[in-house]
Design a protein around this ligand. Structure first.
Ligand SMILES: NC(=O)c1ccc[n+]([C@@H]2O[C@H](COP(=O)([O-])OP(=O)(O)OC[C@H]3O[C@@H](n4cnc5c(N)ncnc54)[C@H](OP(=O)(O)O)[C@@H]3O)[C@@H](O)[C@H]2O)c1
Length: 372
């Protein structure tokens, strides 16, 4: 499937590509990004491939990701075509608690700063970046609604929040006919599958499409790192920032996944990166996979991720090697239900297209309606 097939994001009329271009690597301020000319080449390549969905944040490379993107979009005259997503939460003025977090005051500050850097007068998808643990969900939703009415943003969503918080926000929006949340941006890859228990059913039932970040576990799943005495070695971000919190990917579990992925990719005749991305893109609830790159060759390898179908036997091997334990209460929702709750009558046997209800697989099937 190519990038110029567009799908509606969550319960909305916004049409996006199934691979989104992540721009956390646009700019060199963090020591592991791409210089402006390489970033521009990658931007052009993504659009040439038919992609329309680009992700940034005010945080990325201390604002230079947004600034570069603003320049590229302006120079290429693509503002109408691009679905531009950015995020707020991170603090813009050390010492000032209201210049960070998710309160109304910071959201209003952040949106103006992002609009200036992005050289535009509207953002297509505005996301809360990370839960600040203090701001009520109602305050965030009301502010999103005001921004939509003011014409500064078109759609809203959440990233990196607890599932209960997202459910409260969406329910409040629905109850008060405020702008709904159409997207959850969450970490998801063969190395990080925790969203499957809570967030995937949440997003499917409440109309939010999931966009998956760090789908290669920050490069780990490309296969270019090898275990070493210090944890791992190789050329790239993970070798440069080994000890920073949030960057720990050199684990025993991940080396085991990488070893199996290498064999599977060889049998599929594809690169490890393409197979890992293909697996994410075709998992339930995933609306779009946010791909990242620092080099054009990497982007090209990643753009090939939708060009093949992974045979079921190979997919099953990846599922098995990366499986996680079902935490409470999810282990209770399995086989035992069939007899002890449903009296031996099968659930999940409604015909395709049956009216949506609490039956999750039917809702899953509907979450990727094509807009064609
Ligand atoms: N909401 C959030 O909290 C959050 C958090 C993180 C990211 N994001 C978004 O998600 C996007 C993607 O995240 P990510 O960059 O961490 O994704 P990723 O796909 O897990 O990692 C991308 C990195 O892996 C390496 N790589 C990529 N393709 C490769 C290939 N084919 N062969 C070898 N190495 C390859 C490159 O780094 P090196 O060249 O340095 O190895 C590249 O920058 C970001 O740009 C951002 O938009 C959101």
């Amino acid at each position: 499937m190519s990038l110029d097939q567009y799908f509606t994001l969550g319960r909305s009329g916004l049409r996006v590509s199934r691979l989104s271009l992540g721009t956390m690597t646009f700019g060199e301020n963090w020591g592991w990004g791409a210089a402006a000319d390489t970033a521009r080449t990658m931007f052009d390549r993504y659009l040439d491939a038919g992609g329309n969905f680009i992700d940034t944040a005010d945080l990325y490379t201390e604002g230079s990701s947004e600034s570069l993107l603003g320049q590229f979009i302006e120079q290429s005259g693509t503002r109408d075509r691009v679905v531009l997503a950015t995020k707020f939460t991170y603090n813009g003025q050390p010492g000032n608690p209201n210049a960070g977090g998710n309160g109304r005051k910071n959201i209003m500050r952040a949106v103006e700063a992002s609009l200036r850097r992005l050289r535009t007068d509207y953002i297509d998808l505005y996301l809360l970046h990370t839960w600040d643990r203090v701001t009520p969900a109602e305050e965030v939703v009301r502010t999103f609604d005001d921004l939509v009415r003011a014409g500064k943003i078109r759609y809203a969503g959440l990233s990196d929040v607890p599932a209960w918080y997202a459910a409260r926000a969406q329910t409040f929006a629905e109850a008060h006919a405020l702008t709904p949340l159409i997207n959850m941006q969450l970490e998801y890859s063969l190395a990080e599958r925790h969203i499957e228990h809570e967030y995937v059913p949440l997003s499917q039932n409440l109309g939010m499409g999931i966009t998956a970040w760090s789908p290669l576990a920050m490069g780990m799943l490309s296969g270019k790192y090898k275990p070493s005495q210090t944890g791992g070695e190789g050329e790239g971000r993970l070798a440069k920032v080994t000890s920073a919190p949030g960057f720990e990917r050199f684990t025993e579990r991940n080396w085991t996944i990488v070893a199996e992925l290498e064999k599977v990719a060889k049998e599929a005749g594809q690169s490890m990166a393409a197979v890992a991305l293909n697996w994410v893109a075709t998992q339930p609830g995933i609306a779009s996979v946010i791909i990242g790159a620092t080099k054009l060759e990497q982007l090209d390898a990643n753009l090939a991720a939708l060009s093949f179908q992974l045979p079921a036997v190979l997919r099953a091997r990846l599922d098995a090697v990366s499986a996680t334990d079902k935490p409470f209460p999810y282990y209770m929702f399995a086989d035992i239900q069939q007899t002890r709750i449903h009296g031996g009558v099968a659930v999940g046997d409604k015909p395709a297209g049956y009216a949506p209800g609490v039956f999750v697989p039917a809702v899953q099937a509907q979450s990727f309606t094509t807009s064609r």
